[in-house]
Write a protein that binds this ligand. Structure first.
Ligand SMILES: Cc1cc2nc3c(=O)[nH]c(=O)nc-3n(C[C@H](O)[C@H](O)[C@H](O)COP(=O)(O)OP(=O)(O)OC[C@H]3O[C@@H](n4cnc5c(N)ncnc54)[C@H](O)[C@@H]3O)c2cc1C
Length: 376
């Protein structure tokens, strides 16, 4: 045996799983194809939105709370503001597809929130140009996660606890045997008691065919704009936002460099055959729609896209992650398929993966995330 647990992929989730596993065992090894937090993984693009107010299955709420606690711990440990708590604004029409479902989930979970009138919005957040039928809901616990800092801090904490990190070591195969899992990279191989697959958009090649059929790599893009008055878009003044107004939708974060603001079309992940097909440039249609939306929503931003980027993420057919063992008794644990929504809960998912892969119990009600939902 070369160790109790191997974590394959030290990006958003794998870094957190390694950190948590290193607290429980002195025999954990992380494999990373490049380096942790490299800019072409789903860690790229500076920030990700965190919020407790979440539209969708209320069973995510305990994972969000667990993640909030762990982001605070990571902040303490690293001495760095990995989560800028700037609040969050969610904007849409009162009878549209977004706000009623958001409020319904808030009622089911008890997530703290406040509805803001148009007058309050105009006074407190003049950056947003609202439509007459728009309303806004505020989440005081929301913020912007500094992705590269968070992942780097988690890997450093794991190493400080004794974890081994192998960079530039792409895993090309995992094979379960009677007493362990054989991990191979080129002509090298290792055997571990258990393995966590956390290789993000690239995970398909390590998954069995039955799960591959339910997943695809998608290209998810980001865009940035220059603010006319940067102070108005600082974390102190400008909460993260998601806005679905009629046919237009956009989300974004405050400026973290004092000059540019992230504002991006929402829900535009497109399937790609592989990583090589992910263009960092926008198509003419993407440029046109992004520019028109920013022109309408934010009069305080110059409507020229000054930076674009795009990254892979693994999407499942039901948009819920694959979190759990391949099947009961398997030594291979999946922590992938986060479907464009995983970073806010990366610390929580990482802790659940580490605990469960090392044979410990965690929260209940995770059946909707288990890989077996697709295979049995
Ligand atoms: C543009 C964009 C915006 C997003 N916005 C948000 C948001 O605002 N809020 C939110 O919560 N979520 C958001 N998400 C989703 C979130 O970022 C992802 O769901 C999450 O980061 C996925 O993490 P991961 O660990 O699965 O993948 P990654 O972070 O990509 O990590 C995978 C790692 O595995 C490594 N690897 C791959 N193959 C191998 C191999 N064979 N051997 C060894 N290592 C390997 C890679 O190099 C990489 O480092 C967004 C995603 C994108 C792309």
């Amino acid at each position: 045996m070369d160790g109790k647990l191997a974590v394959i992929g030290l990006g958003s989730i794998g870094s957190m799983a390694l950190w948590q596993a290193s607290r429980l065992s002195d025999s954990v090894v992380g494999f990373e194809a490049k380096v942790p937090a490299h800019g072409r993984s789903a860690v790229g693009g500076d920030t990700r939105l965190f919020r407790l107010l979440y539209r969708g299955n209320p069973s995510y709420y305990p994972i969000l709370q667990r993640s909030q606690r762990l982001w605070a711990e990571l902040r303490e440990q690293a001495g760095q503001d990995v989560l800028l708590r700037c609040g969050g604004l969610f904007i849409g029409t009162e009878d549209g597809p977004y706000i009623p479902r958001l409020l319904e989930t808030a009622r089911a979970t008890g997530a703290e929130h406040r509805i803001l009138s148009r007058e309050e919005m105009a006074e407190r957040y003049p950056q947003h140009h609202l439509r007459p039928d728009d309303v806004a809901v505020y989440d005081p616990h929301a913020g912007a996660l500094r992705t590269d800092q968070a992942v780097t801090a988690a890997v450093a904490a794991a190493q400080a606890n004794g974890a081994t990190v192998l960079t530039d070591t792409p895993v090309d195969g995992i094979r379960e045997t009677a007493d362990g899992v054989v991990v191979t990279s080129g002509d090298r191989s290792w055997t571990f008691e258990n393995v966590i697959v956390a290789s993000g958009g690239w995970s398909r090649k390590l998954l069995p065919e039955a799960l591959r059929a339910h997943t695809q790599m998608k290209r998810v893009f980001l865009s940035w704009f220059v603010a006319k008055d940067p102070a108005l878009f600082s974390p102190e003044r400008f909460p993260i936002f998601i806005r679905i107004s009629g046919e237009r939708s956009m989300y974004g974060a405050p400026s973290v460099d004092g000059a540019t603001v992230k504002a991006t079309l929402d829900g535009r992940g497109k399937p790609v055959p592989g990583f090589e097909a992910i263009s960092r440039d926008f198509t003419p249609e993407e440029i046109a729609e992004t520019t028109e939306t920013v022109s309408e929503f934010f009069p305080g931003l110059y409507p020229n896209i000054v930076r674009t980027d795009a990254f892979p993420d693994l999407f499942t057919t039901d948009s819920n992650p694959l979190l759990g063992r391949l099947e009961e008794g398997s030594r291979i644990y999946c922590a992938t398929g986060f479907s464009g929504a995983g970073f806010k809960m990366a610390s929580g998912y990482g802790e659940i993966a580490a605990l469960e892969a090392l044979g410990k119990e965690t929260v209940e009600n995770l059946d909707f995330l288990r890989p077996s939902r697709f295979t049995t």
